[in-house]
Ligand binder design. Sequence first.
Ligand code: ZN
Length: 133
Amino acid sequence: MITQIDHIGIAVQDLEAAMELYRGLFGVETFHQETVESQGVAIASFLVGQVRIELTAALNSDSPIASFLAKRGEGIHHVAFRSDAIEGDLRRAQDRGVQLINHEPQPGAHDMLIAFLHPKSTGGVLMEYCTEK
Ligand code: ZN
């Protein structure tokens, strides 16, 4: 079951510049920073209530974030929904005709398992399901 919005991923060109923006706007003092090599991303995140804002930059030109930035520029990249039973939620999505990008949960930031649903079958929204390991 989906239990809450976990985070909103925002694609940025320059992580430092994006952090400076949110420091100035919201007075964010500390960011959680992490590199996820397997996803090709470097992130800086902070909490707004229960929801994390996850600023995400590409680690290299093969990164999915690099192709997103090239096609669409900076902006909202994905919405991540927290699941308490990710395999079942993925199966349910697939049974309803949703195309999965990840059929099996993958390691993501914050020591979570994540899987993406294809935006072509979710009304143009790149959705991520995530769960604590
Ligand atoms: Zn995410």
